[in-house]
Design a binder for this molecule. Structure first.
Ligand code: GLU
Length: 506
């Protein structure tokens, strides 16, 4: 059997971790099996449809490097891939169910249904009371004559059960009498509901496997019933484990960023995100954590999915990102940091970074060129220095500000003073540090550090107490790239001026 899988988002909001995990697993499964990956846009909810959400689907997956073989933007033999362009197929399918007596038209007013719902809530009854199930032709004609357009409902049998083998969860069985009776499959505006369109399309697009979030598990018995009513073979199902925060609750905004756009803005690399997301419910073995997308395309298998909910660990993702940043070439890391530095006005804004700085895309400028500013050269030289410290690209401006802007004296005097020391003692230390800084060109890095160490010993204090005030003097901040490298990039004159300013402040 040819493997055909799909990602079927509804364009109603930004792509979030859960959706991307579903898309990624389908993509990887298709690649590993030599199958096809389809993007289908489930846009039948006209009220919640958003153009921006559709753009976000394209942008997100382009950025992540996940592509589909068939989809609205690239066509394919099973199109159209927008459900809103497939209405006549749903109408035909519904007609076949009506003709077979498996569905019926319902003319009940919105008010009546609302009344039923509140009575139902009171009495613990769910679903429709089936009033229109047995209308005859005459009654239907009378309603039509009143100008009422019906909805179409699926008949849920009283007996029997929907049963299927989930590839991860095993046998799932649900009695029909436990389903909410007679759900709407076609709305009065002629649009299908999710259930109908999803089943018709999975069948017509010859989808072999449905890998989707466990949130949809409760809909699957109804889908099985629909397949039965149509006389279609259902696809194989695999409901992916929930993604939760550390508290075990479903991952949501309360836990932190959830949309890919937010992660992108914060300065995550696409490969860090795909690597980490691949591990949300899947593992290769007990130890290996790092995978490129190409490797995952080879290694992914349904057998290695875990049933247990996957906990989304923001710290771990950040750690992955730091690792991927350390793997970047100098030039790539420079280009990755550029939009953040431009947005912070530490680099002159380049034309291509306009949208990129806030959406934090990699700016599309060509590599080093004649148009490069002096500041760009400064940043290029500093890349090796900041690489080790950077966990998020958005931290780049703070780490590099001291080189690109004049931060001389730009801090509170308190910042200079180490714990358990006072202004006077700190000033004395900086006075002693000054000649070492002045002579730094004579030393290599090791010697320079040895000088600082000796100085600390002479003053009967820790090396940290020497470095800390110097760090604040030089960079304006207690957290900075490695100090000796920072001194070198700044150069003797500017470094001395900043030490002097610190002494004056104390
Ligand atoms: N349109 C549904 C969604 O937004 C698709 C669910 C499914 O994969 O069946 O997730």
């Amino acid at each position: 059997m040819m493997v055909r899988v799909r990602y079927a988002p509804s364009p109603t909001g930004l792509q979030h971790i859960g959706g991307v995990r579903t898309a990624l697993f389908n993509y990887l499964f298709a690649r590993a099996q030599g199958g096809a990956f389809v993007l289908r846009i489930e846009d039948t909810d006209q009220e919640r449809y958003s153009e921006e959400a559709l753009e976000d689907i394209y942008a997100t997956f382009e950025w992540l490097g996940i592509s589909w073989d068939e989809g609205p933007d690239r066509g394919g033999p099973y199109g159209p891939y927008f459900q809103s362009q497939r209405l006549e197929r749903y109408h035909k399918a519904v007609r076949s169910l009506l003709d077979a007596g498996k569905a019926y038209e319902c003319f009940c007013s919105a008010e009546r249904l609302a009344g039923l719902r509140s009575e139902g809530a009171r009495d613990g009854v769910v679903g429709y009371d089936r009033r229109c199930r047995n209308l005859d032709d005459e009654q239907r004609a009378a309603y039509r004559a009143e100008g009422i357009t019906p909805v179409v409902r699926l008949k849920v049998p009283d007996n029997g059960a929907a049963s299927f083998e989930d590839l991860l969860l095993g046998t799932v069985k649900r009695k029909y009498k436990d389903l909410s009776p007679d759900p709407i499959i076609l709305k009065s505006d002629g649009f299908p509901t999710y259930h109908l369109a999803n089943v018709v399309d999975d069948h017509e697009m010859e989808i072999s496997h449905v890998l989707r979030a466990q949130e949809w598990l409760s809909s699957t018995p109804l889908h099985i019933l629909l397949y039965e009513a149509f006389g279609y073979e259902p696809p194989r199902y695999c409901h992916l484990p929930f993604v939760t925060g550390k508290d075990g609750q479903k991952l949501s905004k309360r836990h932190g960023a959830t949309s890919v756009v937010e992660f992108r803005k914060q300065g995550y690399l696409p490969e860090a995100l795909t690597n980490y997301i691949a591990l949300l419910g899947w593992s290769y073995d007990d130890s290996r954590e790092f995978f490129t997308l190409r490797e995952l395309e080879q290694l992914f298998s349904i057998e290695k999915l875990n049933k247990a909910p996957a906990v989304f660990d923001y710290k771990k993702l950040e750690w992955f990102n730091g690792n991927y940043i350390r793997d970047c070439s100098d030039e790539r890391l420079f280009e990755l940091m550029r939009p953040y530095l431009e947005a912070a006005e530490l680099l002159p804004a380049g034309n291509a970074s306009a949208g990129g700085a806030t959406a934090a895309g990699e700016s599309r400028r060509p590599g080093p060129g004649a148009d490069e500013s002096h500041e760009a050269d400064v940043v290029r030289n500093a890349v090796p220095l900041v690489r080790e410290r950077l966990k998020l690209l958005s931290e780049a401006p703070e780490l590099l500000r001291f080189l690109l802007a004049d931060v001389t004296g730009n801090y509170d005097a308190e910042e200079l003073i180490p714990k358990k020391m006072d202004a006077q003692a700190t000033e004395a230390l900086l006075q002693a540090v000054r000649p070492v800084v002045a002579a730094m060109e004579q030393y290599d890095d090791e010697q320079l550090e040895a000088e600082f160490r000796r100085l600390a010993e002479r003053h009967e204090t820790k090396l940290g107490n020497v470095m800390m005030p110097l760090r604040v003097a030089i960079t304006g901040s207690r957290t900075s790239p490695p100090l000796i490298g920072s001194l070198r990039l700044l150069g003797t004159d500017r470094a001395l001026a900043r030490v002097d300013a610190a002494i004056a402040k104390l």
